[in-house]
Design a protein around this ligand. Structure first.
Ligand code: PBG
Length: 327
């Protein structure tokens, strides 16, 4: 059965996905929360964004709420590496206990920030590295899907309002959907990072989330920017597997794909204005080449013009001050 109702379930998701124009209700604010961290550290290249301990995160979300931000993309960071969803689940519980249905907490669901190898997947144990240090094609897809779907379930049980798989593995949306449905979480929507390119524009994020690959790169699973059909197929794949929302990333280098993917899937398609895009605006402004606030607003307007249903952006919490209406 197709369940279209997940995208209509709460006032927050209805505002995220309905209507024209630009409003704060269509923006999603990323938050990086590290288990056990005391205080917070501003992230290099992402002014106004922090890697936060729990107390700092609760304060930040409180002040974001006052700025009309309702949608958050949580990046849960463990105190120590180890493939387990437990630290993430605890962070989710703590945040949701405090804010309940005042916020919609999407949770980035991936293995790269908990895995000691810093990859979005698990590998077969043999041949992890070839002699010259290049990754051999030995992703253990079955184990990866099992881990990802168990993360998703643990996050849903902890109170996540939406699961956002960002790993790019084939089959993960179907595996997550099945595990959620079998465990009475069929109301939880999946926002899939459905077309995600291997990109230079994730630099500040990898620093923030401590998720750089220990070897190789992500080209075995992230899309080559030269391949338009592959990029469109990746989103169709996620739609076929049961994603409720699709997302393109980096937003800037996916702008031409928004319309065709919407047309092919009839699902809401959003963009992630990734860390490198945001940092680039900051660097331009620092050199006096642009006005940061105006440039930021311009990029959001372009995303909406191109048909992005929602925008994940490090500047969501500034939007109201920039004159973007709450609704
Ligand atoms: C983790 C993940 C990444 C981003 C979001 N989730 C990094 C990556 O895939 O390398 C990038 C976000 C950003 O750059 O702002 N899989």
């Amino acid at each position: 059965m197709k369940r279209l109702m997940r995208n209509r379930a709460t006032p927050i998701i209805r505002e995220l996905l309905a209507g024209d124009g630009l409003s704060v209700a269509k923006l999603v604010q990323p938050v990086f929360v590290e288990q056990g961290l005391i205080g917070s550290k501003e992230l290099l290249g992402l002014p106004g964004n922090f890697r936060m301990g729990l107390e700092a995160a609760l304060k930040q979300i409180e002040s974001d709420l006052a700025q009309s931000v309702r949608n958050f993309m949580l990046f849960p960071l463990p105190a120590a590496k180890g493939v387990s969803p437990d630290s993430g689940a605890q962070i989710i519980t703590d945040i949701k206990e405090r804010f309940g249905s005042d916020i919609h907490l999407w949770v980035d669901t991936c293995l790269c920030s908990t895995s000691p190898l810093g990859h979005c997947c698990l590998f077969h144990e043999q041949n992890q590295l070839s002699k010259n240090g290049v990754v051999a094609p030995n992703i253990d897809l079955e184990a990866t899907l099992e881990a990802l779907s168990s993360y998703a379930l643990a996050f849903a049980q902890a109170g996540a309002d939406g699961i956002a798989p960002s790993d790019m593995m084939d089959g993960r949306v179907a595996a997550i959907r099945a595990n959620l449905d079998q465990n009475a979480f069929n109301h939880i929507p999946i926002m899939s990072y459905s077309t995600k390119f291997a990109s230079q524009f994730y630099g500040p994020f990898r620093d923030a989330a401590d998720s750089s690959p220990a070897f190789g790169d992500r080209k075995q699973y992230q899309i080559d920017v030269r391949n338009r059909d592959d990029a469109i197929n990746a989103s169709i794949r996620c739609a076929d597997e049961g994603a409720d929302l699709l997302m393109l990333k980096p937003g800037m280098t996916s702008i031409d794909l928004l319309a065709p993917i919407r047309k092919k899937t009839h699902l809401p398609v959003g963009v992630y204005q990734v860390s490198g895009e945001y940092a680039a605006l900051d660097l331009l402004a620092r050199e006096g080449f642009a006005d940061f606030d105006k440039a930021l607003l311009e990029t959001w307007q372009v995303y909406r013009r191109a048909g992005a249903q929602f925008i994940i952006t490090y500047g969501a919490r500034k939007a109201l001050v920039l004159g973007v209406p709450a609704l």
